[in-house]
Design a binder for this molecule. Structure first.
Ligand code: PXL
Length: 304
C-alpha cells in the first residue's frame, strides 16, 4: 500500500481528506462556499482547488465577474504531486473551461489510489444545467467533455436536466418509473458504479420531486421523495452532493447517504422558506449546519 510523506495510509488517517474542485463564487451560497462548510462540519478536511472565481454564482445574477483558473489548477496539482499528497476522495463540480476536464482526468490518474480496500473515492457532480437549461457559462463542448469526466468517476450526482444532457435525451419530466431506471442504468454504463439523479420527477406525486439512485455493485435502485423543489434555490445541488461525499466517507451506505442529503436540504429549505429572502441568495445553510452532526433518525428511502 502506498504511504504518503507522513507515513500514513488512506485508511489510517484520523481525519479524512477531500480534494474539492469547484468554483469560488463570492456571494450566493453555491460551490466552494457550501462544499467547504458542509464537508468540514462532517469532520473531513477539504483541500480546495478553485476552477474559477466569480463575484456571484450565475443563477439569478447578471453582470457577474468571472476569472478562469484553468492554468492555476495545473500549478496546484504539480505542487501537490511534489508534496506526495493523497486524498480519500476527489470531488469535482462546476468547471471554468472544457480544458479543465483533461487536467482533472490527469489528476485522478495520478492521485486516485486504487488498491481495492481503501480506494480514493472519485465523485463527479457534472454541474452544467438545471430546469431544462444549460447555465450561462456552459455550452455543448462542456457537455461533451463532461461525459468524458463522468467516465472516470465512481459516483456521479447529476440533476435531472444534467442527466438528460449527459444521455443526449430530451428533457421530459413526464417520464415513467421504468424509463427513469433505464436512465440510471445507462449513466452507470458510462463508467460510474453509483449514479444519483436529483430533482427527478415523481409519477405518483407530481407536486413533489425525488432523488433516485442505482448501485451497479448490488444492482439495486433507490428512491427518496422530497417535499420541496430544490432547483428554485441555487447551490442546493452542491450542498446535496457534499453531504453525500461526507456521509459515504463516514462509512454510510448509499441509501442512508441519500436520506442524509435529502433531510439536510429539506431542513435548509425550510429554514429559508420561513423568511422573505431572495431565492438567488441560496438556502440559510448557517442555520442548519449543525444538523450534519446527527445520524439519520427517521429513514425514508425505498427501493425503486
Ligand atoms: O450550484 C451550481 C453552480 C455552481 N457554480 C456556479 C453556478 C452554479 C449554478 O448556477 O452559477 C458559478
Amino acid at each position: 500500500m502506498r504511504k504518503n510523506q507522513e507515513g500514513e495510509t488512506l485508511k489510517q488517517r484520523s481525519v479524512k481528506r477531500v480534494a474539492a474542485i469547484h468554483d469560488l463564487s463570492g456571494f450566493g451560497r453555491s460551490s466552494l462556499a457550501v462544499v467547504v462548510p458542509i464537508i468540514s462540519t462532517m469532520g473531513i478536511q477539504v483541500c480546495s482547488v478553485p476552477t474559477a472565481v466569480l463575484s456571484t454564482h450565475t443563477g439569478g445574477f447578471e453582470e457577474y465577474s468571472f476569472v478562469d483558473l484553468t492554468d492555476n489548477m495545473t500549478h496546484m496539482f504539480d505542487h501537490w504531486e511534489k508534496l506526495n499528497l493523497d486524498f480519500n476522495c476527489i470531488y469535482s463540480g462546476f468547471l471554468g473551461s472544457p480544458r479543465q476536464v483533461d487536467i482533472i482526468s490527469d489528476f485522478i490518474d495520478k492521485f486516485a489510489i486504487r488498491n481495492g480496500y481503501t480506494d480514493t473515492l472519485v465523485v463527479v457532480d457534472p454541474v452544467m444545467a438545471d430546469e431544462g437549461e444549460l447555465y450561462s457559462t456552459m455550452d455543448q463542448e462542456m457537455v461533451k467533455r463532461m461525459r468524458d469526466l463522468v467516465g472516470k468517476a465512481d459516483i456521479i450526482t447529476p440533476n435531472f436536466t444534467e442527466a438528460a444532457y449527459l444521455l443526449d435525451k430530451p428533457y421530459d419530466t413526464d417520464l415513467d418509473k421504468d424509463t427513469l431506471k433505464e436512465w440510471l442504468y445507462e449513466l452507470s454504463q458510462m463508467g460510474p458504479e453509483k449514479v444519483i439523479i436529483t430533482s427527478a420527477p415523481t409519477w405518483e406525486t407530481p407536486e413533489k420531486t425525488s432523488v433516485v439512485a442505482y448501485n451497479q455493485e448490488d444492482e439495486r435502485y433507490w428512491k427518496v421523495t422530497c417535499d420541496y423543489i430544490p432547483a428554485q434555490y441555487p447551490g442546493t445541488g452542491d450542498a446535496f452532493a457534499s453531504v453525500i461525499v461526507g456521509s459515504l466517507l463516514q462509512g454510510d451506505n448509499l441509501p442512508i447517504s441519500l436520506d442524509r442529503g435529502v433531510q439536510f436540504i429539506t431542513a435548509a429549505i425550510r429554514a429559508s422558506y420561513g423568511e422573505t429572502l431572495p431565492k438567488r441568495e441560496g438556502v440559510l445553510l448557517e442555520k442548519v449546519l449543525d444538523n450534519l452532526k446527527m445520524p439519520v433518525l427517521v429513514s425514508s428511502y425505498e427501493l425503486l
